[in-house]
Structures are given as structure tokens and as C-alpha cells.
Design a protein around this ligand. Structure first.
Ligand SMILES: *Cc1c(COP(=O)(O)O)cnc(C)c1O
Length: 363
């Protein structure tokens, strides 16, 4: 089966839902017709079937393997996206009267803090908001040990910054890894909980992967409806309600693909892709990088602005002509954002760089 026989696939730099490998799309398309000898479409497969349980178990094993974690960590798949996790984290771990620390390094980080304020006291430990988040804030040198947890965003999708390393804290560390999960070698064991929406590096929109250390589950004191209680979701093994069966299957396909590439190779490619694009921007007269501090730049999302509205329009239209899509910046930054998630190839980035060079040469 060939996807869109006549139409050429676009080079897709969207921020999310984002590019997926063609091989994964082919496999997903096949499963929509018939799944693994069941005589059913994956869209018809019951969430309580043996086949779906096998999908869940393989996902869990692959996540633990890719993260280098053991059975001390539970892996679950939830609905409601990143924002649901902005809510569930404080619902489960922040009690009235207690405080949680938040690092404000971007819009998603700030939204997570805003949601937490419904449940307890939020302490902003560091922020780069006043400079438009064009660099990371200073990681706090001391962290109050009475905080219930510290929450931060590993990669700031809208501004294009990424934390390279963060110092440990005595309080549980919680990470939103939505836009850089599985993009590099990483020490996941320093987190008590981390989560990632699927629509960037692990599949289709509508699923969020949550990984929680067991001692964290044991620390929950709040009484919650089961859907919003991590303990109940873990106990029911991600089938408390009718799961997003298809979405979780697409995540499995992405996890298998990620393993087959290898995290080392993925990391190396991601670094090359970003270096290539940043190099073109740095040499350009027409565009300039949004993130001022090179050490803070994210290989996942490269943000830049044009020196004039004409240059901005020229790049957009030349990209459109060349089958390149998804480069418009987030409405809060403007300009351009090129997302270079794992599925984006070096060759695709080369094509964008060619387009930028062509504009430069026009003079
Ligand atoms: C995309 C993204 C989100 C938003 O997720 P929704 O599923 O749209 O709520 C949250 N955090 C980060 C870091 C993201 O990149």
C-alpha cells in the first residue's frame, strides 16, 4: 500500500502533530485495514483484548529500555494531552497549604505553573519571561526542601531552548519532556515523574506517556476520582476507560522505530540537523536566531526571525514552492520555528538550507 500515490509528501517541520517516518505511516495504515491476523481493524480492536494488552506491555518494555529504567518505574498512557498533566501533577502531589516549585522557561512551563495554582501554592524558582524566554533562566542554586516537588520543561518548544543539565534536588523532580523525549542520551533516573505528549517524538496526538517512580505513587495523599489518580491508572494498566487504542499502537510503532535507529544515532543526527540550520541562519543577512545564547539552543526547535516582512514572506513562499511546510513561528514569537524532531531527516534539512541560500543569493 502506497500513501498518497500521486501526491508527493511535504517536508514537514511542524511543531506538533509532527513528522512521522513513512515506514510508521505505512504500518499504521495497514493496521487500520487489518491488525495482526485478528480479522479486525486496529480501530475495532477492544481495549480489553489480549492483543491490546500485548501492545501495552511491549510499549512499557520499550520505554523502560530506551530510558534505561527498571521496574521501579511505572509507564502509563493517558488522554488529555500535556495540559491534563499540568493538572494531574498538582492534583496528585500538591496538597492545600503545601508549595511546589516551578521553573518558568517558556509558555508551557508557565502554563503548568498556572494550572498548579488551582491546587496549592506555586513558587516560581526562576524565570526568563521578562526577556521573552530567548534564553534559559538560571537554575536555582538552592531549593527549599519543604517543596512538594519541582517541575520544569526539558525543551521549550515555542522558543527553542533546551536544558543540557540540571542539578539534582532533594525534592522530587518532575519533567515535561514533550518535545525532546528520546532525542538524546539522557539520565531519566533523576526524575520522580516525567511525561511527554505523543504528537512530537512518539506518535499521534491524543496520548500522553507518563513514567512514574513507584515511591512517588506511594506518596499520594489526595483523594481523587480514578481517572485523575495516577494510582488508579497504574493499577488498571492504562485501560481504566476505553483507551486510545490506535494512538497507543502508533506510539508502539514509533518506539520500535526509535529503538531500531538507536538513541546514539538519533542524537548525532539531531545535532547535525540543528548545526546545519543554525549555520545557515548565522551566515544569513536576512534572518537571525531567536535564542541569543548558543549553549541554550535546542536541536529540536530552531527559532529565527526575518529582518523585514519582505524577507519573511519570501522565505514562506519559496518554501511553499519547494514543498516545505510547517515553518511559521508560534504566534507568541512570530518569525519562524523549524521543528527537527527525530523523524525529520538530514536530507530534508539540507533542502531547507538550500532554499535559505537561494534567497540569500537573490540579494
Ligand atoms: C506540545 C507541548 C505541550 C502541549 O500539549 P497539549 O497536548 O497540546 O496540551 C506541553 N508541553 C510541551 C513542552 C509541549 O511541547
Amino acid at each position: 500500500m502506497k500513501i498518497r500515490k500521486k501526491m508527493k509528501r511535504q517536508i514537514n517541520f511542524n511543531a506538533g502533530p509532527a513528522a512521522l517516518p513513512e515506514q510508521v505511516l505505512q504500518q499504521a495504515a495497514q493496521a487500520v485495514i487489518e491488525y495482526a491476523g485478528t480479522g479486525l481493524s486496529i480501530l475495532e480492536l477492544p481495549h480489553r483484548s489480549r492483543e491490546f494488552k500485548e501492545i501495552i506491555e511491549e510499549c512499557k518494555a520499550l520505554v523502560r529500555e530506551l530510558c534505561g529504567l527498571d521496574n521501579d518505574y511505572e509507564v502509563i498512557w493517558l488522554q488529555g494531552g500535556g495540559r491534563m498533566q499540568f493538572s494531574m501533577v498538582p492534583m496528585n502531589f500538591l496538597s492545600p497549604g503545601a508549595s511546589a516549585g516551578y521553573i518558568d522557561s517558556g509558555k508551557w512551563a508557565a502554563d503548568a505553573a498556572k494550572y498548579a495554582a488551582f491546587y496549592g501554592t506555586v513558587s516560581i524558582l526562576a524565570s526568563s519571561k521578562d526577556i521573552g524566554y530567548n534564553r534559559l533562566p538560571q537554575w536555582p542554586t538552592t531549593i527549599d526542601p519543604s517543596l512538594s516537588y519541582v517541575h520544569f520543561t526539558t525543551n521549550n518548544t515555542i522558543y527553542g531552548t533546551q536544558w543540557q543539565s540540571v542539578s539534582g534536588t532533594s525534592v522530587p523532580l518532575i519533567a515535561d519532556m514533550s518535545s525532546d523525549i528520546f532525542s538524546r542520551r539522557h539520565d531519566y533516573s533523576k526524575y520522580s515523574l516525567f511525561y511527554a505528549v505523543a504528537q512530537k517524538n512518539i506518535g499521534a496526538a491524543g496520548n500522553t506517556m507518563v513514567v512514574i517512580r513507584k515511591d512517588m505513587l506511594a506518596s499520594i495523599k489526595n483523594t481523587l476520582p480514578p481517572m485523575l489518580d495516577y494510582r488508579a491508572q497504574v493499577k488498571e494498566n492504562s485501560i481504566l476507560n476505553t483507551s486510545n487504542v490506535f494512538g497507543i499502537y502508533v506510539s508502539l510503532l514509533m518506539l520500535r522505530w526509535t529503538k531500531s535507529q538507536g538513541i546514539d544515532t538519533i542524537e548525532r543526527n539531531n545535532i547535525s540537523k540543528a548545526a546545519m540550520l543554525y549555520d545557515a541562519i548565522n551566515k544569513s543577512r536576512l534572518f537571525k536566531a531567536y535564542v541569543t545564547e548558543p549553549a541554550h539552543r535546542s536541536p529540536m526547535n530552531v527559532c529565527f526571525t526575518a529582518i523585514s516582512p519582505e524577507a519573511e514572506n519570501d522565505l514562506l513562499s519559496l518554501c511553499a514552492k519547494n514543498g516545505i511546510t510547517g515553518i511559521k513561528g508560534h504566534r507568541s514569537v512570530g518569525g519562524f520555528r523549524v521543528s527537527l524532531y527525530n523523524a525529520v531527516t538530514i536530507k530534508e534539512v539540507e533542502q531547507l538550507v538550500e532554499v535559505i541560500k537561494e534567497l540569500e543569493e537573490r540579494g
